[in-house]
Design a protein around this ligand. Sequence first.
Ligand SMILES: [Zn+2]
Length: 551
Amino acid sequence: MDRISLAFFAAALTFTQRLPAQGRPVTPADDAAGQAWWAHIKTLADDSMEGRLTGSDGYLRAAKYVVGQFDSAGLRPAGINGYYQPVKFDVTRVLADKSSVTLSAGGRDVPLVLGQDAILGARGTQPKSIAAPLVFVGYGLHLPEANYDDLDSRDVPFSSLKGKIVVYINGGPADLPAALKSFARTSPLEKALADAGVVGSITIPTPKSMDFPWDRVAANASQPGMRLAADPKDAEVAARHPALANLHRTMFSATFNPAEAEKLFAGSGHSFAELLALADAQKPLPRFDLKKSLTASVTTENSAVESPNIVAQLEGSDPSLKKEYVLVSAHLDHLGTTTPVNGKTVFAGAMDDASGVASVLEIAKSFSQNRERPKRSMLFVIFTGEEKGLLGSRYFAGRPTVPETAIVADLNMDMFMPIFPLKKLHVQGLVESTLAADARAVGAEHNIEIAVDPEPDRNSFTRTDQYSFVQAGVPALAMKFGWAADSPEYKAWRQWLAHRYHSTEDNLSQPVDTAAAAQFDSFLGDLARRVANSAGRPHYVESSFFHRFEK
Ligand SMILES: [Zn+2]
């Protein structure tokens, strides 16, 4: 090669590297693998699986299918009872027609219409009756480590919260890191409210932050809520991982329809419209007394159910590293059935998350068929109870079926959305651990751009099973097909959320790019193999807030 063409080549190379990743061309192998992937979804999201509600017959049938697939792929059971790790749940169903909520101020009562004005929470234990004053606490963020505390301000000090119901708007000021805001909504809030003696909480979503309209929020309110049942190991798990502590506290909880939220603020000297404008601009919110009280009587139906996680193992090849495990995971449960919506009664959950389970099965099969074993062992884990608050993964992270310190990483898939070609992945947890470098290296091999979540206020970071591992100090990633702002792909994603997410339309008749799903599986398999083969374990980076959970 002469000098001039060399220079030209170098320039062309630089130019190529500056172009955004474009994915790989689809091959016949991708097509075939995509069909194999889709075949699992056709089974798991079939009407006969009845929406795979945690603990239901349909869930157990789907679990049997998964076990059969692991078994025929030559994997080994690694649960407690064969492949299964049984998990016990307390179940609460709120009977809205036998419950009532009233706001009272200055001798005037405003009864609320449940479903239209607000819905009652089913995840915690509701009191049978309650009467308490309401106080507005901004975003409800308690983050003393970031010098930010909505629960302890000059206007509403922490010591004044005892016996009150706190009201807050979902969101947070722009200058707090997104993952930290999401984190603050989980165990730290629960603990701070308990410490303050708060007796209830009302959250108001902002219309901008809602994935789908209020009528679907209201329709899902009759879903049974679940909690992990109290367990003799609770204290031990909480001592090791305070963030995974199982708090069994009675507390009133409700979500208010933002379109009706002026009812809460009337007479307080503030309007919801004014607060919403501040929240949409991610500005600080005031905290103040709402000058009214809430009276409620709540009727619930309580029961118990058992539903298993599923754990399969592939032994690594290195005599010493094989004692460690890389997890690839997804959740099997979904929302069960409903009264007919457009003639459909089954929440099929094809993308959420039969798609992820199908990928775990295909990745497990390809590891098993590959003669070259990874150095570390692989653990393929299918969770129950995700839709009820990441409960199956929380149980597993606190009580793994392999030695806890042997788990080096979790790579999770939850509706990874192969509805357009794969060029880019949005990755949860990317800025937290050294797994980012692995994801970027494997992404470069596959010509896939690796990027952070551009919509952190959707709180996906804490709404996906990988978060249970973050709380246990295990480096973890979860990923979805990425898009560019205002692109056709972005529109497809938003339309999917608005029309199909947690609706009966997330079914087998939606358009799916099966070849792109196969390309994703190939990427994730390569990523898992890289982590399993690397000399050192992945770890949290010093700058990560979640570094503190690492042992
Ligand atoms: Zn879901």
